[in-house]
Structure formats: C-alpha cells, structure tokens
Design a protein around this ligand. Structure first.
Ligand code: 13P
Length: 253
C-alpha cells in the first residue's frame, strides 16, 4: 500500500465497557478534538450503544461498528446478533475473530471465515483480527500461526470482496498488558502478512488491504507505529476509552 496516498485508520475497541450515558459523554467530548483529523476513525461499541452512537456520530468523522456478530442470517440462536441487525441500526463495520473471542468463546478460524463472508454479503466491513500467543512466538511459530489464520479466515472469499476487508494484527501477549510490540516487531509481522497476502491473493489485494496494529497502543507510541511502512492504522483497546487519549492517537495519524 502506498502510504503517502493512504489515509490511516484508527479504530477503537471498547470491549465490554461503557453504558449509554458514558457513550454519549465520550462522543460529545471527542467530536471537537478530532474534527480536523486526517485519519479514518472507527469505534467498535457494545451492541447496546450502537444506535445511540450512530445517532450522535451523524455529521462527525466517526464511523460506528460492532465487536461481534453471528454467522447465520437469522434463526433460533438465543443471545446472538445477526449482520442485518447491525446494518439496520447503522453499523458500518464489525470486528471479527478478536483474540478474546477465540480464547474465551472458542471461536475457530472456520467460524470466523463464515462470519467474514456473511459480513461482506451484508455490506458490513469486516475488521478481521489475527495474532499469535506468547508461547507461539517463543516457539518460533508466529509466521505459521498468522499464515493459518489468514488462509483459513479468508478461505473462498471472492478476490473482488477482499478490498473491503481490514486486517488487524494483534499479538495476544500485547493486548491489555501494557507491553506493546516494538515498532520493529510490529513492522516485521505486518511485512510477513503483506507478503503472504501477495503470494496468495496477488499484489493488488496485498497492496490495498489495510493492516492495523493492536496491542497496548498509547498516545506516546502511536506515531512511531504509524511510521512503519506496512502499518496502515491502529486498533486501540484501553486507551480508546478515554476521549482525550483516543483523540491524541487519532491525531497522531
Ligand atoms: P489494548 O489496547 O487494551 O491492549 O487492547 C487491544 C485490543 O485488544 C484491541 O482490539
């Protein structure tokens, strides 16, 4: 991807945080702080905050999305949410395959693959999360893990649809630990993903698919990460909960 021409993507993942009034407060507070941002700003809010966030984000540069969805179009799946319910309330994107979902809810690459396809056919932009655990990194399996996650999660996705997919590389050991990958480590992993995409789906797909880094991103680490040639944006957890700190990351882009 030609970084000189591409707009960085800065995405927030609020996880299981924020009530409606906290959602309202955040959006009201961040609006003026990011009014001049160059970046494309995405916020993945809890399901219960979606409608309010979409309404409040009208006429701002905030794009609202969800953190999960089911792979079925609808059905008897108590407690689940379908893609068309998300688009119906105005969500534009959805996180798929976050490591917390893989770890605590046993999501497999096959299930994640079905969700990616369902999101794409529902006009919802999938933000697919991949990343290795510390054990996998230490035993030299990082590249194999990333390659498997990419190939199985994107299996049989039409090449023409791949331009709508965003990938986030989030090493599991860096999530919520305060230990970010260094800019070099992140760049190395991103470069591997870029090459893998090029080998399997061609140079055009590899060149246009945005690759975000996530894992303990803070206002003081954002600029250096974004300066790496294969990093097109950031996915931010903890530091996205506070409007001032998230705005500082957005404005670093
Ligand atoms: P932290 O920024 O809190 O490490 O979380 C990263 C993350 O999981 C974003 O999806």
């Amino acid at each position: 991807m030609d970084k000189k021409q591409s707009v960085p993507i800065i995405a927030a993942n609020w996880k299981m945080y924020k009530t409606l009034s906290e959602t309202e407060q955040f959006i009201t507070q961040i609006k003026p702080l990011i009014a001049k941002a160059k970046a494309r700003v995405l916020v993945a809010v809890p399901f219960t905050s979606l409608k309010t966030a979409v309404d409040l984000a009208k006429d701002t540069n905030l794009i609202i999305g969800a953190q999960n969805m089911n792979d079925a179009s609808e059905g008897a799946f108590t407690g689940e949410i379908a893609a068309k319910m998300l688009t119906d309330v105005g969500a534009k994107f959805v996180l798929i395959g976050h490591s917390e979902r893989r770890q605590y809810f046993n999501e497999s690459n096959a299930f994640i693959n079905r969700k990616v396809k369902r999101a794409l056919e529902s006009n919802l932009q999938p933000l697919l999360c991949i990343g290795e655990t510390l054990k996998e990194r230490e035993s030299g399996e990082m590249e194999d893990v990333l390659a498997t996650q990419l190939s199985e999660s994107l299996q049989d996705v039409e090449t023409s649809s791949l331009k709508n997919v965003i990938i986030a590389y989030e090493p599991v050991w860096a999530i919520g630990t305060g230990i970010s990958a260094t800019a070099d480590m992140a760049q190395q992993a991103h470069h591997f993903c870029r090459e893998y995409l090029a080998q399997h789906w061609g140079a055009e797909v590899a060149g246009t698919m945005p690759l975000l880094y996530g894992g303990s991103v803070k206002p003081n680490t954002a600029a250096e990460l974004l300066g790496q040639s294969d990093i097109n944006g950031l996915l931010v957890g903890g530091a996205s909960l506070d409007a001032t700190s998230f705005a500082a990351i957005v404005n670093a882009g």
